[in-house]
Ligand binder design. Structure first.
Ligand SMILES: [Zn+2]
Length: 334
């Protein structure tokens, strides 16, 4: 019977999952650059683009998922092997696409070979997953020396699809972080959202590839690793998390407008608890729920052993307690 029960459960689960619907489209968050070619670096060498986002991209993902949207973190290259990056990487569940493009090596897109670029593998992955949007996390830099002049932040978006997403992230940054109390100092310079559609053979041809698939994409470049005020701010762990959560807030605001989730279904009233009949059974058998009638599942009663037919019959007519043998009754009478 135990085996029959398992079979019936499996059959039931099989039926329900067949109706579960299409795979939901994820948000793809890409960590820029790679473990062995980590992008721009602060003049003191303490912060670089890859290592920063390898640690903090998870904060973006958590916020997106908390809003009800699936989210995948990608990186174009191989997984890091040194600590603490290896641990951050594991905890973040980064999907490594294992296509290093060091020295700005460029590849054509699998889906749109007319577009060639570094980091193309991440764009191709977002296309394969039918991403709702793709967000490329970078840090910016102008020169290799410290600057104290606040720069204008930059969010690059793909020309035909990415503008609203770029504006949403910009809005969250201005409202929650830039020049706000306890936020990142930026000399009131703000952020520029810049649509870009450069030649298909240029380095960032991957933005055009996503445009060709109507997938909104942005490159976040609003924090500068050569700016003293920016680096002082993001060197603090709580501030770095706040930056990641602010980017996520912009993404989520865009998602809620452009891909609203269906309203949650009202909870069905709880089903009445099944009544169990108790008998003295052989040691290796289990009581059978009354609701577990064979014809519910198209199983003929004649297929069941006699013992279970009796149990089902009793369960249909008799309150549970009264079928307990006397010696099993609570000893209130003593
Ligand atoms: Zn970069």
């Amino acid at each position: 019977m135990r085996r029959l029960f398992h079979f019936l459960c499996a059959a039931f689960i099989g039926i329900t999952s067949a109706h579960a619907g299409a795979v939901p489209r994820p948000v793809v968050i890409d960590i820029g650059h790679q473990y062995t070619a980590s992008g721009a670096e602060s003049p003191d060498g303490k912060i670089n683009e890859y290592a920063f986002w390898a640690q903090y991209a998870i904060e973006v993902r958590k916020e997106v998922e908390a809003a009800g949207y699936p989210c995948i973190i990608t990186n174009r290259s191989e997984a890091p092997t040194k600590e603490p990056l290896a641990t951050y990487n594991k905890e973040s569940g980064v999907v490594h696409l294992n296509k290093p493009d060091k020295n700005a090596k460029r590849y054509p897109s699998t889906h749109h070979p007319e577009h060639i670029g570094a980091g193309m593998i991440s764009a191709d992955y977002a296309i394969e997953k039918r991403a709702l949007c793709a967000v490329f996390l970078h840090l910016n830099s102008v020169g290799s020396k410290w600057s104290t002049t606040p720069p204008t932040g930059l969010i690059i978006c793909n020309k035909n699809n990415g503008n609203a997403l770029g504006e949403a992230v910009c809005e969250a940054m201005l409202t929650d972080l830039l020049d706000q109390p306890g936020g990142m100092p930026n000399g009131k310079k703000g952020i520029k959202v810049m649509p870009r559609h450069i030649g298909s053979q240029s380095g960032a041809g991957w933005m055009n590839t996503l445009d060709a698939e109507n997938i909104p994409a942005i490159i976040f470049e609003a924090v500068y690793v050569n700016n003293r005020g920016h680096v002082d701010f993001i060197s603090n762990d709580a501030n770095a998390r706040k930056l990641a959560r602010t980017i996520a807030k912009g993404i989520v605001n865009w998602l809620k407008t452009n891909h609203p989730l269906p309203p949650a279904e009202p909870e069905a009233p709880a089903a009445p608890l099944p009544i169990y009949t108790m008998e003295v059974f052989p040691a290796d058998t289990v009581p059978v729920p009354r609701s577990f009638l064979p014809d519910m599942y198209g199983v003929s009663a004649s297929d069941l052993p006699d013992m279970y037919k009796q149990v089902i019959l009793k369960g249909a007519e008799t309150p549970a307690e009264s079928v307990l043998p006397e010696e099993e009754q609570p000893d209130a009478a003593k």
